[in-house]
Design a protein around this ligand. Structure first.
Ligand code: FAD
Ligand code: MEZ
Length: 570
C-alpha cells in the first residue's frame, strides 16, 4: 500500500473511515473520519501519554482545539508532519511524505469559481468570519454574544493561526494585574510608546482605541477563563505591561484556547479546511457573502449580511514579503504556514483600501536550529545578546527594527542570547526551547563560551561588566533602560539567534468601528469589517512586542460586535 487509504481499504474497506451510504466525506472537518481514527487508535492525549518522555512527541504540542488526526495523517495522499511547517523533526511517519506547501492564489481556478457562484447560495448566516486566529475567534465570540448566527471559516486543518504561537505577552495599561504588582502605568503612556515605536505613522485614532480598551480586553479574557496575571517588559515599552499566564507561559496558545473554547461554547459553526477565495458584493458594492473552497467538498456560496476579515498577515509568503521589502528576500519566517496574505487578496478584490504594506518586521531572535522564535520575554526578563567575539553590541530591549539591524551587522549575521538559571526559572516558555534541544548549557560562563566556540575570557568580562551595570542601575555602554537581574545563577545558557520575518504591519484600512474603507470612495464598504494582522494603521512602521495580541482581542471584539449590529439592522 502507498497511502493510508490503501492500507485501511485492504483491512476493512472504505467503511473503516467513511460513512459509505452517504458517499464522499462527511464535511470539511472530516468529523466522522477523524472519529473513526480516534475510536481505533485513541485520542491525542492518550497517544502523547504513551510516548517516551525523553523525546519530542508528535502528539503533544502547543496547538489549540481538538487537533484532527487527518491534519497529518492523510487518507488518499502521502501523510505529512504538520509541525515540519516550522520545525524539522522528520518523524518516522507511516505512509509519510515530505512537508511542502505551494502557494495557490485565491483567484486560481476562476472558471470553477464562477460556476459555483452561478449555482447560487448553498447556506445563509448573519455573519461570516474569515480566520480562526485571535481576531477571528474574538469576533465570533462577540458577534455571538450580540445575537448573530456565525460561521467561522479557517483554511488550515489546524486552528489558531499565528495567535497560537504568540509567546511574550499582551500589552495593556492600567490593568488589575499591574495594580496588584504595584506597576504604575497610564493608557496615555501606552499610546505614546506605540506611536513612537511605530515612527509616528500609525493612525492615532486606532492607537487610542487600542490603549483605551486594553485593560477592558484583559478583563474580558479573564472573565472567560484566561490567566493574564504575569506581567513583563517588551522592547520599546516604558513600563512592564505585557500580560501572560502565571510563570511566564506562552500567551498565544492560552488566549487562543480560551477564545476557541468560548466560541465553541457559544455554538459557533467552525469549519476547518475551508478557504474563502472571494467576497461577494451586490451591484451597489454591499457585501452579500463569500465564496468558499472546501478542501474536500469543493466550492460553495454562503450568503451573509456581514463579513469579518480576520485572515492574518503574509510573513510566511516570502515572494510577497520580498516584493514589498527586497532586503527580506530568502529570510526565514517565524509564522504559521497559513500566513500567506489571502485576506489582503480577497479584500483588494472587494475594493478595500490598504496602507503601509512596505513595513514588514523581522523578529531579532529566531532560532535557525529549532525553527522557532525565541520570545522577547527572555530578554525582557534579563538575558543579554553577544556576538562571536563575546561582546554585547546593543541595548537588548530596543525596538525590533533596531535590534534586528544590529544583529545582521555582526559576524555570521547572527548572535547568541545568554541567560542564567534564574531567568530560566522566571519564564516557563524557556522549557519549550530546552525541550527542543537548542539550548547550550555550561556550569560556568567560561564553560558556556567553550560550547559556543567563542572567547571565554571575553564573554566572562562582558557578563561581569553587565552585572556591574545591574548593580549600579545604569548601563553606561548601551543604555539598556531595564536591568532586571544579574547573570549569576548557574548553570548558564545560550542559543544562537538571527532575525526572521515576523509581522506585517500594513494591511486593510479600517476605522475605529473596524469598518473596511473603500479604495475608491474612502467610505466604509457596507457589511465588510476587518481586524488583526490583516489590517494596517494600528502599528505604524514598526509594531511593539505585545501589541498584536492586544490589537486582535480589542479589534476582534469590535469587528464582531459591529458586524452583528450591521446584520441586525439590515
Ligand atoms: P492569525 O492568528 O494569523 O489568524 C489568521 C487565520 O486566518 C489563520 O489561521 C489563517 O490560516 C486564516 N486564513 C488566512 N486566509 C484565509 C482564508 N482565505 N480563508 C480562511 N482562513 C484564512 N504578538 C504579541 O502581541 N505578543 C506576542 O507574544 C507575540 N508572539 C508571537 C510569536 C510568534 C511566533 C508569532 C508568529 C507572532 C507573535 N505575535 C505576538 C504576533 C501575533 O501573534 C499575531 O500578529 C496575531 O496573533 C495575529 O492574529 P490574527 O488573528 O490577526 O491572525
Ligand atoms: O509581540 C510579539 O511579537 C512578541 C512579544 C513576540 C515575542 O518575542 O514573544
Amino acid at each position: 500500500p502507498e497511502v493510508l487509504a490503501d492500507f485501511h481499504g485492504e483491512m476493512g474497506g472504505c467503511d473503516s473511515c467513511h460513512v459509505s451510504d452517504k458517499g464522499g466525506v462527511t464535511n470539511d472537518n472530516l468529523t466522522h473520519e477523524n472519529g473513526q481514527c480516534v475510536s481505533c487508535h485513541g485520542d491525542l492525549k492518550e497517544l502523547a501519554a504513551a510516548a517516551p518522555k525523553d523525546k519530542v512527541s508528535p502528539h503533544k504540542s502547543h496547538l489549540i482545539g481538538e487537533i484532527a488526526c487527518t491534519s497529518c495523517h492523510k487518507g488518499h495522499e502521502k501523510s505529512v508532519t504538520y509541525c515540519d511547517a516550522c520545525h524539522s523533526f522528520g518523524f518516522d511517519m507511516p505512509f509519510g511524505g515530505k512537508w511542502e506547501r505551494k502557494f495557490v492564489p485565491v483567484d486560481a481556478d476562476k472558471a470553477a469559481q464562477d460556476k459555483a457562484i452561478a449555482a447560487g447560495v448553498k447556506e445563509t448566516t448573519d455573519v461570516v468570519v474569515i480566520g480562526s486566529g485571535g481576531a477571528g475567534l474574538a469576533a465570533a465570540v462577540s458577534a455571538r454574544d450580540a445575537g448573530a448566527k456565525v460561521i467561522l471559516l479557517e483554511k488550515e486543518p489546524i486552528p489558531g493561526g499565528n495567535t497560537k504561537l504568540a509567546a511574550g505577552g499582551m500589552n495593556a495599561a492600567e490593568t488589575k494585574p499591574q495594580a496588584k504588582l504595584g506597576i504604575q502605568d497610564k493608557k496615555q503612556i501606552m499610546i505614546d510608546d506605540t506611536m513612537k515605536g511605530g515612527r509616528n505613522i500609525n493612525d492615532p485614532e486606532l492607537v487610542k482605541v487600542l490603549a483605551n480598551n486594553s485593560s477592558d480586553s484583559i478583563d474580558w479574557l479573564t472573565s472567560m477563563g484566561a490567566d493574564m496575571t504575569d506581567v513583563g517588559r517588551m522592547g520599546g515599552a516604558s513600563v512592564n505591561r505585557s500580560h501572560r499566564p502565571t510563570g511566564g507561559a506562552g500567551v498565544g496558545a492560552h488566549v487562543a484556547q480560551v477564545l476557541w473554547d468560548n466560541a465553541v461554547k457559544r455554538g459557533t459553526d467552525i469549519r476547518l479546511n475551508s478557504r474563502v477565495v472571494r467576497i461577494l458584493e451586490d451591484a451597489s458594492g454591499k457585501v452579500t457573502g463569500v465564496l468558499v473552497k472546501g478542501e474536500y467538498t469543493g466550492y460553495y456560496v454562503i450568503k451573509a449580511d456581514a463579513v469579518v476579515i480576520a485572515a492574518g498577515g503574509f510573513a510566511k509568503n516570502n515572494d510577497r514579503v520580498a516584493k514589498y521589502d527586497p532586503k527580506l528576500k530568502g529570510f526565514k519566517a517565524t509564522n504559521h504556514p497559513g500566513a500567506t496574505g489571502d485576506g489582503l487578496d480577497v479584500a483588494l478584490q472587494a475594493g478595500a483600501a490598504t496602507r503601509d504594506l512596505e513595513y514588514i518586521q523581522a523578529h531579532p531572535t529566531y532560532s535557525p536550529a529549532g525553527g522557532v522564535m525565541i520570545t522577547e520575554a527572555v530578554r525582557g526578563n534579563g538575558a543579554i545578546v553577544v556576538n562571536r567575539d563575546g561582546d554585547r553590541f546593543m541595548n537588548e530591549i530596543t525596538t525590533r527594527d533596531k535590534a534586528s539591524a544590529a544583529i545582521l551587522k555582526q559576524k555570521g549575521e547572527s548572535a547568541y542570547l545568554v541567560f542564567d538559571d534564574s531567568i530560566r526559572k522566571s519564564l516557563k516558555a524557556i522549557e519549550g526551547y530546552v525541550h527542543l534541544n537548542i539550548v547550550k548549557e555550561g556550569k560556568t560562563i567560561e564553560e558556556l563560551a567553550k560550547q559556543l566556540d567563542i572567547p571565554a575570557a571575553e564573554l566572562a568580562k562582558t557578563v561581569t561588566a553587565y552585572n556591574g551595570f545591574v548593580k549600579s542601575g545604569k548601563d553606561t555602554q548601551f543604555e539598556r533602560p531595564d536591568l532586571p537581574r544579574e547573570l549569576v545563577v548557574a548553570p548558564f545558557y545560550a542559543l544562537e539567534i538571527a532575525p526572521a520575518v515576523h509581522h506585517t504591519m500594513g494591511g486593510i484600512v479600517i476605522d475605529t468601528k473596524a469598518e473596511v474603507k473603500s479604495e475608491k470612495t474612502g467610505k466604509p464598504i457596507e457589511g465588510l469589517y476587518a481586524a488583526g494582522e490583516v489590517t494596517g494603521g494600528v502599528h505604524g512602521a514598526n509594531r511593539l512586542g505585545g501589541n498584536a495580541i492586544s490589537d486582535i482581542v480589542t479589534y476582534g471584539r469590535i469587528a464582531g460586535a459591529s458586524a452583528a449590529k450591521f446584520a441586525k439592522d439590515h
